[in-house]
Design a protein around this ligand. Structure first.
Ligand code: HEC
Ligand code: HEC
Ligand code: HEC
Ligand code: HEC
Ligand code: HEC
Ligand code: HEC
Ligand code: HEC
Ligand code: HEC
Length: 420
């Protein structure tokens, strides 16, 4: 009897030790390598005091995957080279936390993100190439020629610094350059202390920036069958599912993230939101991207996890027809303005005459919206917020052009072109 219990105890003990070793070896490297006793204690101290000072942050952190995996406050707030270090209650911290901070542990996601237009191109769209180093410009231009090496946006410059900072940059800072040499902010989609995949999969997270008349993606999504179904059924879905194992049983209706990023049913999950696109829809005239074939093939493969081939091919044919038709309409409208400029009836400056604002609305609001609507299932945006407005504004552009020509020779009277 005694021998038997000793034997059982030895076997159980060995099994426990082996299990612990196996478990330990499977832990991510960061977790094994980093939290010294001092670091763990540090989080305790930060958290205890911050529960008094800013309790919400600590509660958010406690609910995160990071807290479960032993990532601590200092892992993110420890200053990297280049970041401003401040002495704070016995610790040296950085108040700013950048994509570079996250990249210490998430290099793969950071590298994919760098290739996307969410990185340097997004910031350069407002500020031009000036804030970036020569190396950063070179690296980004390899993926997006002309997207970073450009001047600051003329409209933004005209509106002034206050409007840029709280307006344009609040959205376009997703690709800002940081003092530590990294680019961008990951918390645009993940939030600072939640680091949540579920949050990033919510359409409204993308809709913070992808909204309004110039890029109505969230409005289009909410109108689409996908949006209607998602809004009705999201509570039955598992938005927390592991990205590497995401199936249609977890999410059977796509959100923005599903189509542009997720690895549904074994597809490769990516932080390069450019990867599955085939056109530059945001452009005045939409051309094929150099990666047209593979971009479209990847997106179609995704549709095919839930739809049949005929359905998807038909959908793309109709959307491409809208795109070609919109290109023609936009080209015709913009030619009206180009001719006036060639005749010397407009100044070379881009935004100093009423007709230039009408022309900007023409392609930048309604041309884009018609194309976005066609590719993402928003009928109302192809029609009433797209084609209808294109017709109305073309007529207005023509009337304004007639007025300008009539006024020409009549001196300042040319100004009478009040299109409203
Ligand atoms: C003894 C209390 C205490 C401890 C310990 C403490 N903090 Fe703070 N911390 C504060 C207070 C108070 C503020 C807010 C100051 C204010 O309102 O301007 C603050 C502010 C901050 C800020 C914002 C700084 C800024 O300039 O915007 C960060 C980031 C921060 N703490 C992180 C940490 C981290 C990380 C730790 C642990 C390594 C930590 N704190 C430990 C009390 C503390
Ligand atoms: C996953 C990384 C990460 C971890 C872990 C983390 N933080 Fe932060 N924290 C951030 C980011 C990102 C910001 C925003 C910094 C910026 O604006 O550049 C931030 C900002 C803050 C601020 C200023 C918030 C404000 O709105 O004024 C405080 C205070 C803070 N963190 C405290 C903490 C404390 C305490 C912990 C641990 C309980 C912690 N953080 C853990 C990433 C992290
Ligand atoms: C010290 C290392 C470390 C740092 C720094 C760090 N993380 Fe993490 N992060 C982890 C670990 C470990 C996990 C859990 C394992 C995994 O999913 O890779 C994780 C998981 C995540 C997840 C998945 C969470 C989920 O719901 O499954 C996201 C998103 C994430 N981190 C974002 C960030 C962002 C954004 C930052 C910077 C603000 C950051 N991380 C900084 C180590 C880190
Ligand atoms: C903080 C604002 C912000 C958030 C949040 C955001 N985006 Fe973007 N996104 C941008 C900006 C700005 C651009 C334009 C970049 C450029 O072309 O200059 C962009 C561009 C894109 C593009 C086009 C890329 C290309 O190559 O033309 C896609 C696709 C995209 N975003 C998808 C998403 C998805 C999906 C989400 C949510 C998971 C999301 N975005 C969240 C700001 C944001
Ligand atoms: C609400 C968030 C938001 C604001 C504010 C905003 N943008 Fe954007 N911007 C976006 C998004 C999202 C896209 C991507 C559109 C797409 O790909 O369909 C974009 C696209 C662009 C593009 C075309 C892409 C490129 O790289 O050329 C330019 C240029 C641009 N924005 C400049 C500006 C300027 C200048 C301002 C301020 C005057 C501004 N934006 C304000 C979110 C915003
Ligand atoms: C445009 C929004 C957006 C931005 C910006 C973004 N992410 Fe994500 N991230 C997502 C989405 C969406 C998912 C989940 C994809 C899916 O559905 O499986 C995700 C997933 C993750 C995961 C979990 C990956 C896995 O395979 O378990 C990590 C880690 C992560 N992101 C880190 C980062 C880091 C680091 C950055 C900054 C370099 C970043 N993210 C920037 C939207 C974003
Ligand atoms: C059912 C899949 C699907 C969903 C859901 C979806 N998109 Fe798209 N998206 C597409 C397709 C297809 C295109 C056109 C791709 C191409 O260029 O071939 C597109 C284009 C875009 C573009 C245009 C890039 C450019 O060139 O101007 C942006 C930005 C974008 N989507 C963002 C979003 C956002 C934000 C959401 C959620 C509010 C969303 N998408 C939801 C499939 C989807
Ligand atoms: C995760 C699954 C999923 C993905 C991925 C997906 N869809 Fe869907 N889609 C659905 C579901 C579910 C419906 C509603 C079908 C129903 O009512 O039977 C739907 C409906 C539609 C409809 C409306 C059909 C109608 O007549 O009501 C269109 C069009 C559509 N999808 C196109 C696409 C395209 C194009 C793609 C890829 C860019 C795509 N979908 C990707 C799940 C998906």
């Amino acid at each position: 009897m005694a021998f038997r219990s000793v034997f059982i105890a030895v076997v159980l003990g060995t099994a426990l030790v082996v299990a612990a070793l196996v478990l330990h070896s499977r832990r991510p490297e960061v977790e094994v390598a980093q939290p010294s006793a001092a670091m763990v204690a540090a989080t305790g101290k930060c958290a205890t005091c911050h529960l008094q000072e800013s309790a919400a942050i600590v509660h958010e952190f406690e609910r995160s995957e990071h807290a479960r995996r032993g990532v601590n406050c200092l892992d993110c707030h420890r200053p990297l080279p280049g970041q401003e270090a401040v002495e704070h209650r016995g610790f040296t911290i950085s108040a700013g936390v950048t994509a570079g901070s996250c990249a210490q542990c998430h290099r793969a996601e950071y590298d994919q993100f760098l290739r996307s237009r969410h990185a340097a191109p997004a910031f350069a769209a407002v500020r031009g190439s000036e804030p970036f180093t020569a190396e950063q410009i070179e690296a980004a231009e390899r993926f997006h020629p002309g997207a970073v090496r450009r001047p600051p946006n003329a409209l933004a410059v005209q509106e002034g610094e206050a409007a840029i900072v709280r307006g344009c940059v609040a959205c376009h800072a997703v690709g800002r350059p940081n003092a530590d040499g990294s680019i961008g902010t990951c918390t645009a989609c993940h939030a600072r202390h939640q680091a949540s995949v579920a949050l990033a999969r919510e359409p409204q997270t993308c809709g913070q920036c992808h909204m309004g008349p110039d890029h109505s993606q969230i409005e289009i999504y909410n109108e689409s069958k996908h949006g209607a179904l998602y809004n009705a059924q999201r509570r039955f879905m598992d938005l927390t599912a592991d990205p590497k194992k995401l199936t249609v049983r977890d999410m059977w209706v796509p959100t923005c993230a599903t189509c542009h990023m997720s690895g549904l049913e074994g597809q490769r999950v990516t932080h390069d939101t450019t990867e599955r696109l085939s056109y530059w829809l945001f452009a005045e005239i939409s051309e094929r991207r150099p990666t047209y074939a593979q971009g479209q093939a990847q997106m179609k493969e995704l549709c095919l996890t839930c739809h049949t081939t005929g359905h998807v091919e038909r959908y793309y044919e109709e959307a491409e027809a809208v795109l070609r038709d919109t290109n023609d309409k936009v080209a015709a409208g913009m030619a009206i303005v180009a001719e006036l400029r060639a005749e010397g009836l407009l100044t070379p400056a881009p935004f100093d005459e009423p007709i230039e604002f009408v022309a900007f609305d023409f392609w930048h609001y309604y041309g884009r919206t018609a194309k976005h609507g066609a590719f993402m299932g928003g009928a109302d945006f192809v029609q009433w917020h797209g084609n209808y407005e294109l017709e109305a504004l073309r007529v207005e552009l023509e009337a304004m052009a007639r007025e300008l020509r009539r006024g020409h020779g009549g001196g300042p009277g040319a100004d009478a072109a009040d299109g409203e």
